[in-house]
Write a protein that binds this ligand. Structure first.
Ligand code: DPP
Ligand code: ZN
Length: 874
């Protein structure tokens, strides 16, 4: 496969002003008639005479230029390009292609999902539909006529407004859609199916009434309210916080079961993976409710950050994704608990994005090259990209940041632009120089801050010395220091926040500051202190960096209960637990657990006056994945055992406190997804899980009762998960059976049933996984089923996946090879746990590498998997 470089970017030689599409949909295939209005691009100085179009897996039926049919000798149709030589400066090109959506297992382009037709065109799916300059900087107006059998496909949708409809011969009908906004082909969408429509409406800030429509299969009719409510909240929020109003008269959401990603922001016609949009109290957990709210908002926000202003090329993907993730996390934060949202985002980033940034696929937020763009829909582009936007806001302040985003939207509306254009708008609006800050887009790798301090009693000066380094990553060495906003506070012995006085004569200094790190080594002095303070470093996780500071356990315990920054209270608890777990690695099953940790957790459990949402987060022990990420040459079983030792000790020692916590947080009344009730359910279910982890008999009865009586999925799943984590084998099996019987008709719940088993050590051994894959509900063609069994096993059931006989690795490589032929995009995601073989101790690493080599030897390997495997072995 070929590598594509950012430095080779050229503006397109031709532009397309208008696209007229006609889809004839049949059971054995689809015929696509496309009519393109093409003209030479005045902004290009290219003298290129030939028109180059992209095409993938298409059968070309005919091609006409200005009405003249071209013969095979008149054009060149090789591989993934169709070249029409010596075209005029302006012309019409009519192309007819034939495709087989019913056999499309890649789920890119036009395909079928439970009987309906749907599309996925980002990043390069449109070329699987017709020949087209399939690149985001070619923006055209689309008119789309969809024709299909009326009984089987009563609903026919595409982007924009429906402008015409009618009946055809042979029981067929058609609807024509027109999208007034020029858009790149990746935002094209089409849906045809037997769907139920749910309607709602929204009045915009300028008083326009927007028709909101959700299309679902009839069995899902009762699972739309949450998405529609979330959508309305997002629409209102984007008006209030960013001044962005919706621009079409209709906004549509469609749910499909077979989908490679979470959702897609097609103009006016968002298509969602069912698992990211459908919810009811009985079938979706609190986490799912929150995830749906944020994904619905994310896709909606793309209408401005992505669609109205789009990307010039795919190297700029974070322009829309980083910014839109930032916007959706601000939104979630405003809808719920800001501290909890920050904790969740930071935990994910530190566990998974830091790992990516330290691995063979590490790449900058704006990559320089790729082989297969779908491999770059990564945590770095999305989550680190979001952090980068967040740091700009921290540096500029809220008001300037809003001015910057207004300028960005105004200046670039209708354009395809770069991350640099985004930064420039922020600079121009605020007057700040972000030259050095741009390195965040250019350099891969996670900056590491080493922080040391000293206190001079006689002068009352406390000095912090901070040095930053950025590790080498593939293709990048000797990196320059980055511009890092570093928020901090200092605490006195009684826990009181102290003023941060930077010069001896400063009056009324603030109690929190954002220091700006720009050099490899810097130091800061704080004056007027009577005693050595306890530093609260990198508050709110103000930059995506690692911090090395020699905290003592006493300091961490102190910060856990005294810091005014909720995020750092949580972080101190995590660091304390990590320190204790690490010290137990390899120490056997009777090594004592630091009583300080037990006391700290007891304090958390007992204090009902604390923000319960924060307590719920603080009670979660650091995950195995994060402990592995932090370790050098980790041995997974040893880490697992040390963590288990701490978990069991806490559960045994705190038994009565956990019981009290369980009962105190039993809710009565109607189910609602507020931060308070989510926290209470989370606390209660954590307490239950811990108690069952040590096979507490009373907890077992509580779990069985909770399972049977639950009126919502969070509690039902909480009880099931706790039983699955216990040694009560009969209860576990009986409850799993009951759960399946109850919900077998609901694919989204069956996926949860798969993953709770695949992720657990007691139900997810390799033979059990293989058995789950034989289950009638498992489906090789459905990405959600693959993720919920194979993905959950390799990503969450770490002791089983990392079994020292290498069986987990071999299993994964076999599944990747099998999937590579049918769905390369999912195969390339699935292989990722193996790619970090260099990080692990040889007991793991050697066999992980062997498993990767096995994949690399498969014949006809897809470009997607090839890129990941070869970069990992390089
Ligand atoms: N652009 C899509 C998104 O919203 C891709 N999944 O992230
Ligand atoms: Zn997105």
């Amino acid at each position: 496969p070929q590598t594509i470089y950012l430095k080779d970017y050229k503006v397109p030689a031709f532009v397309v002003d208008h696209v007229d599409l006609r889809f004839e949909l049949f059971e054995d295939g689809a015929r696509v008639h496309s009519l393109l209005n093409v003209r030479r691009n005045p902004e290009s100085d290219s003298t290129e005479k030939n028109l180059e179009l992209d095409g993938d897996s298409l059968t070309l039926e005919s091609i006409q230029l200005d009405g003249r049919t071209l013969d095979e000798g008149d054009y060149d149709n090789r591989g993934e390009k169709l070249i029409v030589p010596a075209v005029p400066d302006q012309f019409e090109l009519a192309v007819v292609t034939w495709l087989e959506p019913q056999n499309n297992t890649r789920l890119e382009g036009l395909y079928k999902s439970s009987g309906m037709f749907c599309t996925q065109c980002e990043a390069q799916g449109f070329r699987c539909i017709t020949y087209f300059p399939d690149r985001p900087d070619v923006m055209a107006r689309f008119r789309t006529r969809v024709e299909a059998d009326k009984a089987a496909y009563p609903v026919l949708l595409s982007n924009g407004n429906d402008v015409e409809k009618g009946d055809l011969e042979n029981g067929r009908h058609y609807v024509t859609w027109e999208d007034p906004f020029p858009k790149p082909s990746y935002l094209f969408a089409l849906v045809a199916g037997d769907l139920v429509e749910k309607r709602d409406s929204f009045r915009t800030m300028s008083g326009r009434d927007i028709d909101l429509r959700m299309y679902i299969e009839p069995r899902n009719a009762e699972k739309c309210d949450h998405a529609l409510d979330s959508l309305k909240r997002a629409m209102r929020w984007d008006e209030e916080v960013y001044g962005r109003e919706y621009d079409l008269d209709i906004f549509m959401i469609v749910a499909v079961d077979d989908f490679n990603m979470g959702a897609m922001e097609n103009k006016g016609l968002n298509i969602f993976n069912s698992s990211c949009v459908l919810a009811s109290q009985e079938t979706a957990t609190d986490m799912a409710f929150q995830r749906i709210e944020s994904i619905v908002a994310h896709e909606y926000f793309h209408n401005w950050s992505g669609n109205r202003v789009t990307c010039r090329d795919w190297f700029q993907l974070s322009l829309k994704e980083g910014f839109t993730v930032f916007r959706d996390s601000q939104f979630s934060s405003d809808m719920g608990s800001p501290t909890v949202k920050r904790i969740e985002d930071a935990a994910m980033l530190r566990t998974a994005q830091f790992a990516e940034d330290a691995g063979p696929m590490a790449h900058p937020v704006r990559p320089e090259s790729y082989m297969e763009i779908t491999n770059f829909y990564t945590l770095t582009i999305y989550e680190k990209g979001c952090e980068v936007v967040g740091m700009i806001r921290t540096l500029l302040g809220d008001e300037m940041f809003r001015k910057g985003s207004d300028l960005y939207f105004e200046r670039h509306d209708g354009q395809a632009v770069t991350t640099d254009d985004f930064v420039r708008a922020m600079e121009d609006a605020s007057g700040r120089d972000l030259t050095q800050f741009r390195l965040w887009y250019e350099q891969a790798g996670t900056p590491e801050l080493t922080i040391r301090d000293d206190f001079d009693q006689s002068s009352g000066v406390y000095r912090l010395s901070i040095s930053q380094t950025i590790p080498d990553t593939p293709g990048q060495t000797n990196k320059k220091p980055q511009h890092i906003p570093f928020a901090l506070g200092l605490l006195g012995a009684g826990g009181e926040p102290l003023p941060l006085t930077l010069t001896a004569d400063e009056q009324d200094a603030p109690k929190e500051r954002v220091l700006e790190l720009t050099e490899a080594e810097q130091s800061f002095e704080f004056h007027g202190l009577d005693e050595r303070p306890v530093p609260s470093l990198l508050r709110h996780f103000s930059a995506p960096v690692r911090v090395d500071y020699p905290w003592t356990r006493e300091q961490l315990t102190f910060l856990m209960s005294n810091d005014v920054d909720g995020f750092n209270r949580w972080d101190a608890g995590q660091r304390l637990a990590i320190d204790v777990i690490r010290s137990l690695i390899g120490q056997g099953d009777s090594a004592p657990v630091d009583p300080g940790l037990i006391a700290a957790y007891r304090g958390l459990l007992a204090d009902d006056s604390l923000d319960q949402a924060l307590v719920a987060k603080m009670l979660q022990l650091p995950t195995e994945a994060y402990l592995i990420e932090l370790a050098e040459k980790p041995e997974v079983q040893a880490i697992h055992q040390a963590r288990e030792r701490v978990l069991s000790t806490l559960a045994n020692e705190l038994r009565d406190d956990l019981m009290a916590c369980y009962h105190r947080n039993t809710l009565s009344g109607v189910y609602e997804v507020t931060p308070e009730s989510v926290a209470r359910r989370s606390l209660r279910n954590t307490a239950l899980a811990w108690l069952l982890h040590v096979n507490d008999d009373e907890a077992r009865s509580l779990a069985l009762a909770q399972y049977a009586d639950a009126d919502n999925m969070t509690d039902r799943m909480g009880a099931l998960r706790a039983l699955v984590g216990s040694d009560f084998e009969e209860d576990r099996e009986a409850t799993l059976d009951d759960f399946y019987q109850r919900f077998q008709k609901d694919p989204q719940v069956v996926e949860q049933w798969f993953s709770v088993q695949a992720a657990s050590g007691r139900t997810g051994s390799l033979p059990q996984i293989q058995q789950l894959m034989q289950h009638p509900a498992f489906d090789w063609k459905n990405p959600n089923k693959i993720r919920s069994v194979i993905g959950a096993f390799a990503g969450q059931n770490l002791p089983a996946f990392h079994a020292e006989d290498g069986s987990g690795y071999r299993f994964l490589s076999e599944q990747v090879c099998r999937l590579d032929d049918s769905n390369p995009q999912i195969a390339a995601r699935l292989v990722s746990p193996l790619t970090r073989w260099r990080k692990f101790a040889p007991v793991h690493g050697d066999q992980m590498k062997a498993a990767l080599e096995k994949v690399s030897q498969k014949s006809g390997l897809s470009r997607d998997v090839y890129e990941v495997v070869h970069k990992s072995l390089a």
